[in-house]
Design a protein. Sequence first.
Length: 142
Amino acid sequence: MDDTQRIAGTWRLISVEYQDVATGERSLPLGAHPVGYQLATPAGRWIAIVNGEGRKPPTSEAERSATLLSMIAYTGRWRVEGDRIVTRVEAAWQPAWVGTDQIRQFTFDGDDRLVLASPPQPHPNLLGKVVRLFVTWERDSN
């Protein structure tokens, strides 16, 4: 089975970790138990939605703005290039990602875990602070 076939499917989020490129510090910006799913179709559609741990409905404008910072969602066309997944973003929670290529180096941890790592990039939820993203997914068997 080639990598595209191994990646295709539905994945459940395990963890999201950011590494500040300037300091090397690692953090869990969406909490220890974020919730999310990723769908990679064999035909080339990528859909990912990630919610931070403990999100609640907002009751004010300030909370509504903060709610946007506790999620990530995007979709586009994906392809494998060597050890990288490249997704051309067509729609996203943050307009800054629309029209960009989101590149993630991938590795497999056994047959049921997919680990994605981004190159250093400014993150729209952090007002452009440059970070690396490390996201771990587990194949969804449901």
